[in-house]
Design a protein around this ligand. Structure first.
Ligand SMILES: *Cc1c(COP(=O)(O)O)cnc(C)c1O
Length: 408
């Protein structure tokens, strides 16, 4: 068996009809083989000799994260200019890449989308006049530290500052991995007390950092305490682990999540190359445990700023039972200016999706407005003219149609 085949068998049930320890319908196939076959197993790069028993464990992936230039050097060529900037960049913004995610980098492609999202670049040192320290005013809108309450009925609750991979385009780049800011016990208690005393909060978005950086037990405790609050209807987990550390989605984790349903999972795939067999298995487990999964893509220059890439990504996501939810315009955080596109690019991408493919593959394009304005959706205007009760509309194919409105 090739290393690839060994890896494939290590990440998924042996046969498609296995019903052992499955949470969903007994007797249902775990996956449709010819669909899953479109999701390649990660190539393993310099870790080809690592036994499956290590490679498939999230603890091994976490312990062996790439955090130095020395190890990066073995995976891909780093140009001289980038080497020089490396120290300065990583002093400001942490680097950490799981072996799994690093192995998806194409060493021959300097513009590799996986590389651009994970390997530090000198461009991060360029700060623009328009960049902001707290681009979404998340800290300003905190009634208690670690909890942002901006919308009437839901809150954003930060439970950790750690992530398995530090995304180069992260909006919370300056805060992640700072141990002095790790959510202390008191901060968690205060956040939960706030939610308890605000009966209007019916939806809690757990974020960070990445909440799956917490142990199953700590997460179970937080979810249990939220579930004990009667006005909390739904809980959401914002996690990139299905993309950067899919091994973290263990049967034990999803069995724990299944006890706290309804739990929605919002994840963050940005490119079809992230849709591997490992990621497929991770989302399969989450979906089988009853978690509806959404995707929040960030529009990134040179990574996914074209309609064909986004369409290919969204088609793969639907096969993984992940519903594209939002495409975010890149915000004004410091050190991510090189990723920003024109807003018109996002509108164009949406126009290329709507009508041309399944509505399920069409997310909302939103600008998270600076200064705490929240998410504002933007859409191509399909109304050509609107006079009295007479509407002229343009469909996806560019043909115009009339619609007569009723009288007032
Ligand atoms: C994005 C966000 C939410 C959730 O918004 P939805 O549109 O409901 O997904 C809640 N609070 C804050 C501060 C947010 O940024």
């Amino acid at each position: 068996m090739s290393p690839t085949e060994t890896a494939a068998s290590a990440i998924a049930p042996k046969d498609a009809t296995s019903t052992e320890d499955r949470i969903g319908m007994p007797g249902a196939p775990a996956f449709i083989p010819h669909l899953r076959a479109r999701f390649p197993v990660a190539p393993r790069s310099i870790w080809k000799d690592v036994p499956d028993s290590d490679w498939t464990k999230w603890q091994w992936q976490q312990r062996n994260r790439v955090t130095s230039l020395d190890v990066l050097d073995k995976i891909l060529p780093i140009p001289a200019a980038e080497r020089q900037a490396f120290e300065e960049v990583t002093a400001q913004f942490h680097m950490g890449i799981t072996p799994y995610y690093a192995s998806l980098i194409d060493p021959d492609d300097p513009r590799c989308p996986i590389r651009q999202q994970s390997v530090p670049s000198a461009a991060e040192l360029r700060v623009l006049d328009t960049d902001l320290a707290d681009p979404l005013a998340e800290e300003r809108d905190m009634p208690v530290p670690g909890l942002t309450h901006r919308y009437p009925d839901r809150v954003l609750f930060y439970v950790t500052h750690n992530c398995p991979v530090y995304c180069r385009h992260c909006t919370r780049k300056r805060k992640v991995a700072d141990p002095s800011r790790s959510a202390l016990k008191k901060q968690l208690d205060d956040g939960i007390a706030y939610i308890e005393s605000h009966r209007e909060v019916r939806d809690v978005v757990i974020s960070g950092g990445d909440p799956l950086s917490l142990s199953d037990d700590r997460l179970d405790d937080i979810l249990g305490r939220l579930r004990a609050i009667e006005h909390v209807e739904i809980i959401r987990l914002g996690t990139r682990n299905p993309v950067t550390l899919p091994q973290r989605i263990t049967d034990d984790l999803v069995k724990m999540l299944a006890r706290h349903q309804p739990v929605f999972v919002n994840t963050h795939f940005n490119h079809p190359r992230e849709c591997t067999a490992e990621a497929y298995e991770a989302t399969r487990r989450l979906a089988d445990a009853g978690c509806p999964i959404g995707n929040q893509m960030v529009l990134l220059r040179g990574v996914n700023d074209d309609p064909a890439t986004v369409k290919a990504l969204n088609h793969k996501l639907l096969m993984m039972r992940v519903r594209p939810y939002y495409i975010y315009q890149c915000d004004l955080a410091k050190g991510i200016g090189h990723f920003r596109t024109k807003v018109s690019k996002g509108i164009e991408i949406l126009k290329c999706l709507r009508g041309h493919t399944s509505g399920l593959a069409v997310p909302y394009f939103v600008v998270d407005a600076p200064n705490g304005g929240g998410k504002i959706p933007l859409l191509h205007d399909y109304v050509v003219a609107h006079e009295d009760n007479h509407l002229t509309l343009c469909n996806y194919a560019g043909k115009t149609y009339c619609y007569e409105e009723p009288e007032e």
